[in-house]
Every structure is written in structure tokens, then in C-alpha cells.
Design a protein around this ligand. Structure first.
Ligand SMILES: NC(=O)c1ccc[n+]([C@@H]2O[C@H](COP(=O)([O-])OP(=O)(O)OC[C@H]3O[C@@H](n4cnc5c(N)ncnc54)[C@H](OP(=O)(O)O)[C@@H]3O)[C@@H](O)[C@H]2O)c1
Length: 320
């Protein structure tokens, strides 16, 4: 398939920026659709990149902007709902939006759709995030490949400069007064590098065999959350004692933290940690990509000397 112009939804986010950069590097033209133009303004210096403000939930607008694209990549996702929502926000972004994008792609004659799911997502999962991610993925993978060929990705937690995960842990560790009370300390994760995720997406664009498939994306090593936190604390040069909370106290702290401004942890986030975020299959290897170890990348952006680290932490703390 000769892909030239790629449209991205959710292209202003952490993963989206890396994907947009990778596409441009590889010679593609990129069209980023965003609900708020200013969120992506720093992408504008990229050559061959167009930033378009659009209501991505409006199918007619989608059809118009997808016209002329050879592929669409949907990276839209939310980790938390608005206060008071009872599943409708997750449903809108993770189930209804992907269906709308798929339908718009079909109507606009876009033959390829890459979808971002999440590891552990399934309609039976314990959290609203994972349940709706699972349902959305099932629906788009059912697409007729003769009309729109869909490939989905199921990453574990994604790390890299500008991430939401390790930078947030670093921020929490910095704020903790000597002792860090850690919910879900035994949760298992297999962090994957954002650069590898971007490569996996771009690699599949021109690979027919990936149509109709879902790829699990993980790094080379499984960590417990406690191990990850200890590593981040070490990188930041902090002195903190990490005390793991048992399940009942983890739930309670998630409820309390979910009520704070910026919502550092919610009950739904806590429920997501009940599902191990570890791969059964090596999707990166299948796409010819060698997974980058966490230790090769994290010191540059989280380490004491990391120029971005304090800025990232401040943003995480402010919920931005
Ligand atoms: N980061 C991870 O560790 C991780 C792990 C597993 C899976 N994922 C999945 O990977 C994807 C990208 O993650 P990310 O870390 O890059 O997230 P992010 O930085 O929060 O960016 C998410 C993007 O989603 C769009 N979005 C947010 N709320 C939306 C809404 N209500 N309607 C439409 N679009 C909305 C935003 O686009 P605009 O504001 O520009 O419209 C934003 O650019 C998500 O689907 C996420 O669930 C991420």
C-alpha cells in the first residue's frame, strides 16, 4: 500500500507527538485533527504537517477532513472521566469515537485505520477504562478489510520524555514527605518505549499482513509498581521510603486521591492495576522492532540532570 498522507486523531498528545515526528521523518504528509488547535501549536514547525481544529465527534466533519488521506491513526484516549461522569465519557472516547472514525474512513475512501487500544483491555475488565478500550477495539477489528483494513495496538504503560506515567510517579515521590504510601505495589507492568510504539504504528502502515490484527507492545522487562517507583526515586536522587498499601487501603487512597485537584489516582485507575499489564506475545518483534530498555532512556528525562524532568513533574502536578 502506497501511503502518503496520514491523518492523526489524538495527535497532540504524548504518543501522538512522537508518531507525528516519526511520520514526518519517514517522508509522510501528516494531518493532525484536534479539538483545540493551541494544544498542538508546537507541532507546526514540522514540515508537511497540517494542524486542523475540528469536532472529531462529528462524523460529517471527520469525513471532510479524512478526504484524501491514505490512512488514519486514532490515538484519542482518556485515563479519567470528568467528575460526576458514570462511564459516558469513557464510552464516548473509547467506543463511539473509534466507530465514528471507522465509518468516516469508509465514507471518505480511506483504506487503512490504525487503532490504539491498551494491554489488558476487554469488555470484562474491572475498570471502565479497560472495558471501554476493549469494546472499542472489538468493534473496529470487526471491520471488513476490503473496505477499511484495521490494525490495533495494545501497549503496556508507555514511557519517554513527556510521559504521563513515570513523570507522574516522580512528581508524587517528590511531594511525599519522607515516606511514600504506594497503592497497588505488586501491580505488574512491562513499560514500552514511546519511540518503539511510534515505530510499530508506522511500520504497519505499509504492511498488509498486519490488517485485522492486534499487536501487544511491551518493553523487555516486567516490573512491579514498587520496583518502578524505587527506580524513579533513585533517578531523581530522592530519599524516600516506599510503603506498599494492602488492597483495602489502596482502594481507600484511590478514592481520596481521586477527590483531589488534578486527580493523581482514581478508583478506576486502581481497578486497572488489578490486571497485569504484561505481554503474552511480542508484537514489537513481530514488526521487526527490538524493544528499548527503560534504563536506556529514563535517566535522560527523569534523572537529576534531566532538563525536562522538573518541568514535566510540574505539569503532571498541575494536571496538564
Ligand atoms: N500513555 C500510556 O502509557 C498509554 C498506555 C496504553 C494505552 N495508551 C493509549 O494511547 C493513546 C495515546 O495516549 P497518550 O498517552 O498520548 O494520551 P494523551 O497524551 O492524553 O493524548 C490523548 C489525545 O486524545 C485526545 N482526546 C482526549 N480527550 C478526548 C475527547 N474527549 N474526545 C476526543 N479526543 C480526545 C486528545 O486530542 P486533542 O485534545 O488534540 O483533541 C489528546 O491528544 C490513548 O488512546 C491511550 O489510551 C496510552
Amino acid at each position: 500500500m502506497d501511503v502518503k498522507t496520514v491523518c492523526i486523531i489524538g495527535g497532540t498528545g504524548f504518543v501522538g507527538r512522537h508518531v507525528a515526528n516519526r511520520l514526518v521523518e519517514q517522508g509522510y504528509r501528516v494531518r493532525v485533527l484536534t479539538r483545540r488547535w493551541y494544544r498542538g501549536r508546537d507541532l507546526l514547525p514540522l514540515p508537511r504537517l497540517q494542524l486542523i481544529e475540528a469536532d472529531v465527534h462529528d462524523e460529517r466533519e471527520l469525513v471532510r477532513h479524512l478526504g484524501g488521506c491514505d490512512a488514519v491513526i486514532n490515538l484519542a484516549g482518556i485515563l479519567n472521566e470528568r467528575r460526576g461522569a458514570r462511564g459516558e465519557d469513557f464510552r464516548q472516547v473509547h467506543v463511539e469515537l473509534p466507530q465514528r472514525v471507522l465509518e468516516a474512513a469508509r465514507r471518505a475512501g480511506v483504506p487503512r485505520y490504525l487503532h490504539m487500544g491498551a494491554l489488558g483491555a476487554s469488555p470484562e475488565a474491572p475498570s471502565g477504562y479497560l472495558r471501554t478500550k476493549g469494546e472499542g477495539e472489538q468493534r473496529v477489528l470487526a471491520s471488513d478489510p476490503q473496505e477499511v483494513a484495521v490494525t490495533s495496538y495494545r501497549p503496556s504503560v508507555i514511557f519517554g520524555a513527556g510521559d504521563h506515567s513515570l513523570s507522574r510517579l516522580a512528581g508524587l515521590a517528590r511531594l511525599a514527605p519522607g515516606i511514600l504510601l504506594l497503592p497497588s505495589p505488586a501491580a505488574r507492568l512491562q513499560p514500552v518505549y514511546v519511540g518503539d510504539v511510534a515505530r510499530a504504528l508506522v511500520a504497519a502502515l505499509e504492511d498488509f499482513y498486519s490488517a485485522g490484527r492486534a499487536y501487544e507492545l511491551c518493553g523487555p522487562r516486567v516490573y512491579t509498581l514498587r520496583e518502578l517507583v524505587a527506580y524513579v526515586i533513585e533517578l531523581r536522587g530522592l530519599r524516600r521510603r516506599v510503603v506498599g498499601l494492602p488492597a483495602a487501603l489502596s482502594r481507600l487512597s484511590a478514592r481520596l486521591l481521586g477527590a483531589l485537584p488534578g486527580r493523581p489516582l482514581t478508583l478506576d485507575n486502581y481497578r486497572s492495576t488489578e490486571v497485569p499489564s504484561c505481554c503474552q506475545e511480542d508484537g514489537l518483534a513481530e514488526l521487526g522492532i527490538r524493544a528499548t530498555p527503560l534504563e536506556a532512556v529514563a535517566p535522560a528525562y527523569l534523572g537529576r540532570e534531566g532538563r525536562q524532568s522538573r518541568y514535566q513533574e510540574a505539569r503532571q502536578e498541575a494536571g496538564r
